[in-house]
Design a protein around this ligand. Structure first.
Ligand SMILES: Cc1cc2nc3c(=O)[nH]c(=O)nc-3n(C[C@H](O)[C@H](O)[C@H](O)COP(=O)(O)O)c2cc1C
Length: 137
């Protein structure tokens, strides 16, 4: 089964919104057993609502040689600032590895195709298939 990361949403570089894919960023403790990569998953908010998400785990190799290791979640069909809120990120299926790209435009294209792939991924649990962003049956 996937891992789970809980934490307070911290301010990132505020680049995600400009790229078209805003993310809620949470720091990962050193003893969390979770490999870098791009994953499908679910985010639970303080109000107990659950949202499908495209999740990036790692140090943003496109921008940094050795960046801070973060879990970044782009919630599907969601547009609210989550800074300062406690969230729970449930990390599911691995989609690909983290990498760097020739241009920022290529990174954005890749993220768009990750999000499209994650939207059509058959959710493993009956619960997540009823969440917003799930494909119709
Ligand atoms: C689905 C997804 C995939 C991502 N893949 C990569 C990647 O392969 N390499 C990388 O450097 N950053 C990747 N990122 C992280 C973005 O670079 C980061 O979210 C963006 O720069 C915004 O950062 P900020 O939240 O600090 O503003 C990914 C983000 C998402 C949501």
């Amino acid at each position: 089964m996937g891992s789970c990361v809980e934490g307070i949403v911290v301010m990132g570089d505020r680049r995600g919104r400009k790229l078209g894919f805003p993310t809620a960023n949470v720091r990962i403790g050193p003893n969390v057993d979770l490999a870098d990569g791009v994953y499908a998953g679910v985010v639970e908010l303080e109000d107990a609502t659950r949202h499908r998400a495209a999740i990036s785990v790692g140090r943003r190799p496109h921008y940094y040689e050795v960046g801070e290791r973060l879990v970044e979640a782009h919630l599907l069909d969601f547009d609210r600032d989550l800074y300062g809120e406690r969230i729970r990120v449930e990390v599911g299926t691995l989609v690909r590895e983290q990498r760097s790209f020739g241009t920022e435009g290529e990174l954005v294209e890749q993220i768009a195709s990750d999000v499209a792939a994650i939207r059509v991924l058959r959710a493993e649990s009956p619960m997540s298939s009823r969440l917003p962003g799930a494909p119709p049956n």
